[in-house]
Design a protein around this ligand. Structure first.
Ligand code: SF4
Length: 454
């Protein structure tokens, strides 16, 4: 039976930005709930509204400022946190009525600001009843954040100045969280950070005790231990590694993928292929012979899917550099590609580089890279027609007028929100989000697959 706490204070949350910011929002809400607050799904019912902002690109900042403006207009009692917290002056100048501004991952500061703005009601239930963690992602997948910050200095990026140097979480704490999530219904873990391959560098890969053996704070130990998790039904949950730079030790996780212990998927933000552009970008691990590595990974684990993102129109990018990138993509045959036109970020050193690329050239290159990567993706997906593959269900639809029910899922090659989908026809009523099913693929387009449960 639900217990109503008299005068329980309600907090609204607007969460913007990347999965890392979403994890911060989840942590803040979990802490607030433990302190006796309830969540409000709308502005009206909230005693205070938190806006978790993103300040990475100028367009994201504008979106954050618009969200703050909306929250003030709709509710009036607003606390700002997240990446734009570093620009408190700008926020206060524009919105003097904001109650407090705190920075990214300053959990205590933001929780304290909420306590001040709307003091929590105290009651026996609030203090005694343990509350489950709050999740903003669907129950069947969860982001697992392993570190904060970054030790690199990519010239287009201001994350190190926003979030500081690399700070890795304790590996035993990460594994405990993963175990808890899987026991509570998570079927897919998405490992995130700014630089997953660098996990533990800041603590010299210190050892911690996990169960009956020591584990190092290191990406390969983490991957191996996550591969040992089992769902209550005895399945191996999917574990996806994001933001992996191709350091040599990445080779060690590919056999785990071949053994089915780790999802055969790597998200490697290459950003470019031309050596001169990579140098100007100051990218980490760009000296690695990536094409050869891709080839050897595919030899060990033929089903591996590699996703990446690329920036076109970076200052100084010539037509020859861009053509180099297109030729490289022909060779690399990546499974999933996101492309972005270069956009200057206030405070990034790339803004001062010579050779700004005119907007119309950026547009034209963007269209060319999209055409190239869509053709590669379409051919790769077409090759899956006729195969039977494992799919995780994200959503089950309502039956149509003929009583047929559809569902949307993803293959191991598709991370939620950024990659493609698998659309299923004629699914049984009993199918649930989070279920794993074997699907016979019947059709494909440039991004998605279509099929039926085998
Ligand atoms: S690796 Fe580069 S792009 Fe990624 S967070 Fe660090 S500085 Fe930014």
């Amino acid at each position: 039976m639900a217990t109503t706490i008299p005068d329980q204070k309600r907090v609204g949350m607007v969460s913007l930005g990347c999965p890392k910011a979403l994890v911060d929002s989840e942590r803040i809400l979990t802490k607030l709930r433990a302190d006796g607050y309830a969540m409000s799904p709308d502005y009206e019912g909230a005693d205070v509204v938190l806006v978790n902002t993103c300040g990475f690109l100028d367009s994201a900042k504008e979106e954050s400022l618009a969200a703050i403006g909306e929250a003030i207009a709709e509710n009036g009692r607003v606390i700002v946190t997240g990446c734009m917290g570093n620009e408190a002056e700008l926020i206060r100048a524009k919105f003097p009525q904001v109650l407090a501004v705190t920075g990214a991952h300053q959990y205590e500061a933001v929780v304290e600001a909420v306590h001040e703005a709307a003091p929590p009601s105290q009651g026996p239930y609030v203090d005694l009843v343990p509350q489950p963690d709050i999740k903003l992602t669907p129950r069947h997948y969860s982001y697992l954040k392993i570190s904060e910050g970054c030790n690199h200095a990519c010239s287009f990026c201001i994350i190190p100045s926003l979030r500081g140097k690399l700070a890795s979480r304790r590996i035993d704490a990460v594994l405990r969280e993963a175990e808890k999530l899987v026991a509570a219904g998570t079927r897919e873990l998405l490992v995130i950070s700014q630089d997953t391959s660098a996990y533990g560098v800041d603590v010299r890969h210190e050892e911690r005790q996990w169960k009956d053996h020591p584990v190092r704070t290191h990406m390969t130990d983490l991957a191996r231990e996550l591969g040992q998790l089992r769902t209550p039904e005895g399945d191996t949950p999917w574990v996806r590694l994001h933001y992996v730079y191709p350091y040599p030790h990445v080779d060690a996780v590919i056999p785990l993928m071949a053994q089915g212990l780790l999802t055969p998927y790597l998200d490697i933000p290459f950003q470019h292929a031309s050596p001169s552009v990579l140098k100007a970008m100051k990218r980490p691990a760009n000296e690695a012979k990536v094409l050869e590595r891709l080839k050897s990974w595919r030899e060990v684990c033929p089903e591996i899917a590699v996703r990446s993102s690329f920036v076109v129109g970076f200052p100084g990018e010539t037509e020859a550099d861009f053509q180099y990138l297109l030729d490289w993509l022909d060779e690399a045959q990546l499974d999933r590609v996101g492309a972005f036109r270069f956009e200057p970020v206030a405070g990034a050193s790339a803004n001062d580089l010579p050779g700004a690329v005119p907007e119309e050239v950026k547009e034209e290159r963007y269209a060319r890279i999209m055409e190239k990567t869509e053709a590669i993706s379409a051919a790769k997906l077409a090759a899956k027609v006729g195969q039977t593959i494992k799919v995780i269900i994200d959503e089950v639809g309502e039956p149509d007028e003929d009583g047929d029910r559809g569902a949307t899922g993803r293959s191991q090659a598709d991370a939620p929100e950024i990659d493609g989908a698998v659309y299923l026809r004629d699914v049984p009523e009993t199918l649930q989000p989070g279920d794993f099913v074997e699907v016979k693929i019947e059709d494909a387009d440039a991004h998605d697959l279509f099929g039926v449960i085998a």
